[in-house]
Write a protein of this length. Sequence first.
Length: 237
Amino acid sequence: MLEVRDLKVNYGAIKALHGISLRVNQGEIVTLIGSNGAGKSTTLRTISGLLRPASGDILFEGASIRATPPHEIVRLGLVQSPEGRGVFPNMTVDENLQLGAFVRPASERGAIAADRERALGLFPRLRERLKQSAGTLSGGEQQMLAMARALIAKPRLLLLDEPSLGLAPQIVQTIFKIIRDINASGTTILLVEQNANMALRVAHRAYVLEVGRITMEGAAAELAQSDEVRKAYLGHG
């Protein structure tokens, strides 16, 4: 469904990605794990069209999207829930959710309403806060809002950037359960996550990114048993 080929990305003179390649098959949860500064968020931002690669290519369902504008990438069905939640704090929860449908045509009004109900079913706490300013929500609630907004954009492939960042353990468990539910309902997911333990539990396959390079890849369950991964990312050893 998604293929990244030898992707190189620079921030000015600083090389952030040194030619990474990865793939995501339809129906999978694939996770990209690594330490801070490894290039995980840069990878997602480049796939989303927010950053332009220096070289390499990005294929979505076989067609290059390397030069496609971000809003057109969303319209294709590739949608990102950003790191740091990225909600509009002075707008209500309901207004934030409406923005998820920004690129969808008015002819889909019925489908948009159905997707909104589905999102609120996954995140019932948001239904209680529809008229509340998004900036007054807790960190966990803002993360739920960011994910719900992305779902209303009707993703076929959902990019999740650090969904558990800064959240209490109980909320983290809830978020990862919902990630499983979203995938079980038919949405493919590429997950960037610093909580490698949780990420490897929910994912089918995984890539390890270190300083802009893929150093390991394979079935998530197998990588979770790797001595190198256990020592570096799972707190063992």
